[in-house]
Design a protein around this ligand. Sequence first.
Ligand code: SF4
Length: 346
Amino acid sequence: MKEQEFTKDLLYWYNKNKRDLPWRKQATSYYVWISEIMLQQTRVEAVKPYFLRFIQELPTLFDLANASDDVLHKLWQGLGYYNRVKNMKKCAQICVEKYQGNLPSTYQELLELPGIGPYTAGAIASIAFDKKVVAIDGNVLRVFSRILCLEDDILKNSTKKKFQAIIETYLPDEDCGDFNQALMELGAMICIPNGAPLCNICPVQKYCKGYKEGKAHLLPIKTIKKGRRQEDKTIVLIVSNHQVVLHKRKEGLLQGLYEYTTFSKKMSEAELKRELMIDYHIEKIQPLPEAKHVFSHVEWHMQGYLVEVEAFQKEDLTSTKQQLETIYAIPTAFKEYTKVCLSYLK
Ligand code: SF4
């Protein structure tokens, strides 16, 4: 049967070519879970140091369940989507209570935990527990769109269901974890995105309808996302005596993380001066370059200032350079201003 031959060739290629990744050395459910959540945020190379730091600081699910939010946010700083790490903590607490500090082994039980969707449940169940389930993400949908030359919109749920039923017929009886990882590896190394698959060196080229019909580079089909909302902000580094004022975000996007003094509109130097004069004796205001950060549904357009003041307010939370580097998690959205801040604080 064609599906079985495809799977055999894919697994043969994977076993000879798979990358040596830290979470593959010992594929425990905890490690698979952490790595899969991190890999949803960024590239493999970028995830490696985050993963190693995370398991060193929090080696078990018990440690994660008991970790403070500040420690978690610091370990996650730069990865974005902080709700994911908040859900990981909730999930770890449930596992401590309900599953003796382990992740459950079945797809259905995993799916009931916070922050674990069909893809992650499939990845953990198959890779760590050798269950016969698929793990389908955008990479796998891209690969199969090309292999089967299907022009369905891969962002639609109906397409995902259709693909799931098809991919299940390719699952081997054993080594489903390897099969899922092999598909991901193929998507990452050979059948890469943005119209540039490396068909000449592809181990499953002979099964690929998209390649035969010369359409691989045009697939997959995705609907164009709706435009994002734009929010203007003014970011102010209020500094004095090698320290900067910070605030903990109480609600909304990035809740629980730290930020510099922020106003929800763009302000001129004179406007800002009027605002800050109420609380501070200002010594110097220096405008900083504008910056932009793109989230999935909103874009922040930021105007920045460095403001030197004579003294802080008694109730201000202030941070030294070292505390900024080790304790307080500042979202990547502010990275341009964090760079300025770190070089100023010395
Ligand atoms: Fe992807 Fe090309 Fe391989 Fe088909 S032949 S799976 S399009 S890399």
